[in-house]
Design a protein around this ligand. Structure first.
Ligand code: GLV
Ligand code: MN
Ligand code: MN
Length: 409
């Protein structure tokens, strides 16, 4: 493999992220949910870059854009790399996207030279769970596990199946998206999205494990009534119950080491200033590196919600939207990534990821490894999300060496 100019490639990655940031549903903000219209333009850009790098590109039935860089011989195993291109509302430009463009850059760095394995770069269509309340639609198609999600509906009542059709794809072909063996593994590069690397003055980290997460929806149902005529003691106010419960969730999570719990979304009905709220529907996101701790926390939060509902004469319902156990990265593939880092004179921090990643799903069937890049200010899921070009160059250097290590396996 010839020497790669990782500084130039890193600059190119920044430019590619800038270009993708313009593919948005909201003028002046970055919002790109599962298979929304701007995804077409994102695919057009990515396809062009992948083809320039020598990849054969197609879009699978789950909307994942996939570029295959052939091996020097047929029938060789393949290394998967990539991340997601959907975003949270009003997102930054790097969560997910950076991992896709860096994977393309690594293939560009090969300058047409072939390896004894193929590389498939995947731009996953969905990881955030924003549109359908359930994450990993893209990676679940690669592991053959997306079928049960097809009838889920978004806020407008459009099903996953219909969203796929509306994008011009055929949901009946979902099974074909499944990755065929032999696969060497999946390597994902991603911003840390937290403050740890920065606080230690480190540019790059290696992920050892990803925390488990539970995502739920809860609804307090009381009775809507006139805000002027209903005395305080005769109300069944769903929003006040929700407020009491949310404060309790914060208190309990703060008192438990390693636990994070978030209510990030709420709809209040009927939603008028002069009406006592009759219904409050909320999301709950709970994460911990220890699955038992996480499950216990979810049980406690549900129990407390039930108590509040009972005391206030309300009804409580809930559904579990997603539950994912903590995931360990593959020991051998991670050791290879670490060896690659050492070979280029870097000593990345070994760490746990608090954020969910496509690697969590891919780990169910393939060896996975993850490289983290420092997040300036520890900010993510926010327009101020950033990455330093020198960290991108350092990570690309490890990535190039990692490809070489796999060549020598
Ligand atoms: C994805 O970004 C998540 O961890 O929620
Ligand atoms: Mn992400
Ligand atoms: Mn994210």
């Amino acid at each position: 493999m010839q020497r790669v100019d990782t500084v130039r490639l890193a600059q190119r990655c920044m430019e590619m992220c800038d270009a993708l940031a313009k593919c948005t549903e909201e003028e002046g903000h970055i919002t790109r949910t599962f298979l929304a219209e701007p995804t077409h333009e994102a695919h057009r850009l990515l396809r062009a870059w992948m083809e320039q790098a020598g990849m054969a590109v197609q879009v699978d039935a789950a909307g994942n854009l996939r570029g295959v860089y052939a091996a020097e011989v047929g029938n060789a195993p393949r290394l998967l790399m990539g991340s997601h291109i959907d975003t949270v509302p009003d997102a930054g430009a790097y969560d997910g996207v950076l991992g896709v463009v860096m994977a393309i850059a690594l293939v560009e760095g090969l300058a047409g030279g072939k390896l004894n394995y193929a590389i498939e770069v995947v731009a996953f269509s969905e990881e955030e769970g924003v549109r359908f309340g359930v994450p990993f639609l893209g990676s679940r198609a690669l592991t053959g596990d997306a079928e049960p999600l097809l009838e889920r509906a978004d806020a407008d009542g459009i099903s996953v199946r219909q969203a796929i059709r509306n994008f011009g794809l055929d949901p009946e072909r979902l099974a074909e998206a499944r990755v065929q063996q032999p696969v060497l593994g999946f390597m994902e590069m991603h911003i840390e999205q937290g403050p740890v690397l920065e606080s230690l003055g480190q540019g790059v980290g290696i992920v050892e494990a990803i925390v488990g997460q539970s995502r739920l929806q809860l609804a307090f149902t009381g009775r809507a009534n006139h805000a002027g005529t209903t005395p305080m003691h005769l109300r069944q106010d769903a929003l006040v119950a929700a407020a009491e419960w949310i404060a309790l969730v914060e208190r309990e999570a703060s008192a438990t080491a390693g636990l994070v719990a978030t209510v990030g979304q709420m709809q209040v009905k009927p939603g008028a200033g002069n009406v006592v709220p009759g219904e409050a529907v909320m999301s709950l996101d709970v994460r911990h590196a220890d699955d038992t701790e996480r499950r216990m926390a979810v049980e406690l939060f549900l129990h407390r919600a039930q108590e509040i509902a009972q005391r206030r004469g309300l009804m409580l319902t809930h559904s579990i939207r997603m539950e994912h156990s903590a995931v360990q990265m593959d020991v051998a593939l991670t050791a290879r990534l670490e060896a690659a880092a050492h070979a280029v004179g870097q000593h990345p921090l070994c760490m746990t990821s608090g954020a969910g990643h496509d690697a969590m799903v891919m780990a169910q069937q393939f060896p996975v490894a993850m490289l983290f890049l420092r997040s300036p200010g520890g900010i993510s899921h926010h327009p101020e999300e950033a990455v330093l070009v020198e960290d991108v160059a350092a990570a690309l250097e490890i990535g190039c060496q990692f490809l070489q290590e796999l060549e020598n396996r």
